[in-house]
Design a protein around this ligand. Structure first.
Ligand code: FAD
Length: 472
């Protein structure tokens, strides 16, 4: 019997548990245990269902274009729970000089695909509109195959610094809690790097992608997918579908030790032995856990170099009577002098999130831009948010319900050179057979990427078991 320990009960660790359980049911001779430090499973995925509102404390959806989370939902028999974002109402604003300016229709992230809306938009100066035309006609040299650069440098090379400040940086801050001048273009914008490689011009690449989509027989899917009752439904479903005794909450793994043919983990005063060990925890936790292993200096150092930012989300429920612009919400560039990074109009983005007539705003704060916000009390954070909501949206009304959620060191920062660092790390980790790294720190921070990583960890164990059986 092969024994597997999974450290970390977020979506990455739980996905591994789910797929190992499928193998076990098919007769694979294995057992597994998930050790989770907190009293609940799901990591940053957490939904509160209050007064008919679905309030997401962490992620509210996943990108539909990446298939792995949807596949997991199909395997969990949750397909009927999946809902798409209401893209017919999709409109996102950028706060510019205190005013909400819509991102013109046809923008694919920071790349225009329609001329008319860009020409009439007040979001961009004339200089930027000309830079966009120039990029189409005279695109810059592509990045060298082995090179990397920051998102800010990549976007400036194609357009200019205004596109960085008004679009790229607010968008990346919203996703990674990061900074466009630090984040790696290769790791965070892989599709754009690919476009650059194939078309040189991002505008040409985006137009080609749009044409291909128009001529495709497959109907376009909504940009975001969520769960009808909230994202936690994925977690609850996995928890229900693996044996209860395999899930241990409030069990922080404090140390790991190599054994002759496996691993020992230490929890408080007790130790337990396993054959395989999966670390589905933040890189800084993995760095500490492997630090005492002989020969672990370099991988521990590489793990420790992956920095993290923290986030605060604040949900505000208004019982009708407030007037908001149409659309999904807005992003706040750092030059605007606000502590908000973004605000989602949740009731517009997804159906059935709130009772009819109710508005649910979700505000994001923190990131590398404002780590200090985590030191404020919930009351202080609420005061700041209410002041900024009043200034930006002109909302004086008292919210019916306010919830504040703090996520400490939860978002890994894929800095310039991240992919090379991860490749080196994986090379060094080969010296620790049966020790696997999983989670959001390496090959993607989104839920689909974490699901893919979790499934890959289960597959790696199965491959190894099969090859050992073949050798026996
Ligand atoms: C505020 C916020 C909003 C987000 N929004 C989106 C979104 O809309 N769409 C999207 O796709 N992604 C989003 N993300 C990213 C995505 O949700 C995460 O990257 C993903 O859920 C991480 O899953 P994970 O299992 O790798 O890590 P985590 O969820 O961080 O889980 C790791 C687990 O390990 C546990 N742990 C840590 N140390 C130990 C130890 N020593 N022993 C045992 N257990 C330990 C922790 O308690 C935690 O439960 C968001 C993230 C945040 C923070």
């Amino acid at each position: 019997m092969v024994r597997v320990a999974i450290v970390g009960g977020g979506i990455s660790g739980l996905t591994t548990a789910f797929y190992l359980e499928q193998e076990r049911r098919r007769g694979a001779p294995l057992s597994f245990t998930v050790f989770e430090a907190e009293g609940r499973f799901g990591g940053v995925i957490r939904t509160e269902r209050v007064n008919g509102c679905v309030i997401e404390a962490g992620p509210d959806s996943f990108l539909s274009s990446k298939p792995w989370a949807r596949e997991l939902c199909d395997d969990l028999r949750l397909s009927s729970q999946l809902i798409g974002s209401r893209d017919e109402d999709r409109k996102t604003y950028i706060l510019i000089n205190g005013r909400l300016e819509p991102i013109p229709p046809g923008m694919q992230m920071m790349v225009p695909t329609r001329i008319g809306p860009v020409l009439t938009s007040r979001l961009f100066s004339r200089r930027t509109k000309l830079a966009m035309a120039r990029e189409y006609l005279w695109p810059p040299q592509p990045l060298g195959a082995d090179d990397d650069e920051s998102v800010a440098s990549f976007v400036s090379r194609h357009f200019n610094s205004e596109v960085v400040d008004r679009l790229a940086d607010p968008m990346l801050t919203g996703i990674y809690g990061g900074d466009a001048s630090m984040l790696s273009a290769r790791a965070t914008l892989p599709l754009m790097i690919d476009m650059e490689c194939r078309h040189r011009s991002l505008v040409r690449g985006a137009l080609a992608a749009r044409a291909a989509q128009h001529s495709s027989a497959v109907p376009p899917q909504s940009l975001f997918t969520s769960m009808r009752d909230g994202m936690q439904r994925m977690v609850e479903s996995i928890v229900r579908q693996v044996p209860r005794e395999t899930l241990r909450s409030s069990r922080r793994v404090e140390a790991i030790k190599a054994q002759e043919n496996g691993w020992q983990i230490k929890l408080g005063e007790t130790t337990e032995d396993f054959d395989h060990l999966i670390l589905a925890v933040p890189a800084h936790v993995s760095a500490k856990l492997i630090a005492e292993l002989p020969g672990s200096e370099r991988p521990a150092e590489l793990l420790g170099e992956i920095s993290y930012s923290s986030a605060v989300t604040v949900a505000l429920v208004y019982a009708g009577g407030i007037s908001l612009p149409a659309g999904f919400g807005f992003l706040v560039p750092r030059g605007e002098g606000k502590r908000m990074i973004a605000c989602t109009f949740v009731h517009n983005k997804f159906e059935n999130r709130v009772p009819t007539g109710t508005a649910l705003l979700r505000v994001f704060m923190g990131g590398t831009r404002d780590a200090e916000i985590l030191d404020q009390t919930d009351d202080q954070i609420v005061q700041i948010v209410r002041r900024e909501v009043r200034e930006i949206l002109n909302i004086e009304a008292e919210p019916q319900l306010i919830r504040v959620f703090k996520w400490h060191k939860a978002m890994p920062q894929y800095g310039v050179g991240h992919l090379l660092k991860v490749a080196r790390l994986e090379m060094h980790m080969q010296r620790f057979p049966k020790l696997h790294l999983s989670g959001n720190a390496y090959h993607g921070i989104g839920i689909p990427d974490c699901v893919r990583a979790g499934r890959a960890a289960a597959d790696a164990i199965m491959r190894r078991m099969r090859s050992q059986r073949a050798l026996a």
